[in-house]
Write a protein that binds this ligand. Structure first.
Ligand code: GTP
Ligand code: K
Ligand code: MG
Length: 347
């Protein structure tokens, strides 16, 4: 049996198995197996043609945003609207066949926006350019999942499943579980909270499935078996995702209102240029970028020339941007998220 068949067998079995106390170990084991096969599926194959999967586009600017969506939802139209790059848009599917980068200039930041080919169900398994698109998505700071407002929720849940299956976790934080394999001593299991979804026995079972017999495990959060598996597997990407419903010019006001109220969602129309400013505001928030203005002693800050940093960045990051001589005289008082990490060298 090939890996794809094994995966589909396990998926079917999970779907048939009722979720209750008696089946929890069985289900936990199935999920561990599933994650293992999926990981195998994603391992780069040995053939030369699949080397360097993903489109080769240089990272540039202060942040990277990837446009993911079904064909013809308006990704290219959006790129052409928001950046000075033109990407061909047309009414037929798979107009875009490669990765096309553009730059959004916002609040002094350069945000790299990547237009990508449309993806469809089965993308993660290599349908269309799915794997390449997903490989690019993994490198982004934020994913915009663009959806056709007229197509309901189907597109959204299909794409979520695709991304989920390749280890991309949308709008979730890393599970707060300490996990460290050891050389010996068996499995030591502890938790600082009451666990309602995992138990020591289940954790042991899952670990054994991964041939891990010695490890330290500390749950600091009431995590699910899936979250625990994510921690063991280790290569998960936790990524903010904005769901953007395009083409709202095609649906009723009631429907627009319903979509707009969904969490992490924005409704727009590229065709009628509706709500694009609000989308940018949201995007900025999701990117969690901060502008820092520097000044020389006795002078006013230069608000036309910001340094863009991630929230939580330090003076050292400013220094790395070659603005060291300014950073010694940062606006006073220093913003609370800046921590001084060491003496600055002067230039
Ligand atoms: N009514 C309406 N049509 C739109 C809107 N935005 C884009 N379109 C149309 O939708 C069609 C597809 O747009 P594209 O930008 O090519 O879509 P895409 O997602 O890049 O498609 P692929 O590259 O094939 O994956 C085009 O005919 C656009 O004119 C919108 O807001 N409203
Ligand atoms: K298209
Ligand atoms: Mg396109």
């Amino acid at each position: 049996m090939g890996i794809l068949e094994k995966i589909s067998e396990i998926e079917k079995e999970i779907a048939r198995t009722q979720k209750n106390k008696a089946t929890e170990y069985h289900l936990g084991l199935l999920k561990a197996k599933l994650a293992k096969y999926r990981a195998q599926l994603l391992e780069p194959s040995k053939s030369a043609s699949s080397k360097g999967e993903g489109f080769d586009v240089m990272k540039s600017g202060d942040a990277r945003v990837a446009l993911i969506g079904f064909p013809s939802v308006g990704k290219s139209t959006f790129l052409s609207l928001m950046t000075s790059t033109a990407s061909e848009a047309a009414s037929y599917e798979f107009t875009t066949l490669t990765c096309i980068p553009g730059v959004i200039e916002y609040k002094g930041a350069n945000i790299q926006l990547l237009d990508l080919p449309g993806i469809i169900e089965g993308a993660a398994q290599g349908k269309g350019r799915g794997r390449q698109v997903i490989a690019v998505a993994r490198t982004a700071d934020v994913v915009i999942m663009m959806l056709d407002a007229t197509k309901g929720e189907v597109q959204r849940s299909l794409l979520e499943k695709e991304l989920e299956s390749v280890g991309i976790r949308l709008n979730k934080h890393k599970p707060n579980i300490y996990f460290k394999p050891r050389k010996g001593g068996g499995v030591s299991f502890n938790s600082t909270v009451t666990l309602t979804q995992c138990s020591e026995k289940l954790v042991q079972l899952i670990l054994h499935e991964y041939k891990i017999f010695n490890a330290e495990v500390l749950f600091r959060e009431d995590c699910s078996p899936d979250e625990f598996i994510d921690v063991i597997v280790g290569n998960r990407v936790y990524m903010p995702c904005l769901y953007v419903y395009n083409k709202i010019d095609q649906i009723s006001m009631e429907e627009v209102d319903r979509l707009a109220r969904k969490p992490n969602s924005v409704v727009i129309s590229c065709g009628m240029k509706l709500n694009l400013d609000y989308l940018l505001e949201m995007l900025w928030e999701y990117l969690a970028l901060t502008c820092i203005y520097t000044k020389k002693r006795g002078q006013r800050p230069d608000f036309t020339d910001a340094i863009i940093l991630r929230k939580g960045a330090s003076v050292e990051h400013v220094a790395q941007r070659g603005r060291l001589h300014f950073c010694l005289e940062l606006c006073d008082p220093a913003p609370s998220f800046m921590k001084i990490v060491g003496p600055c060298r002067s230039r």
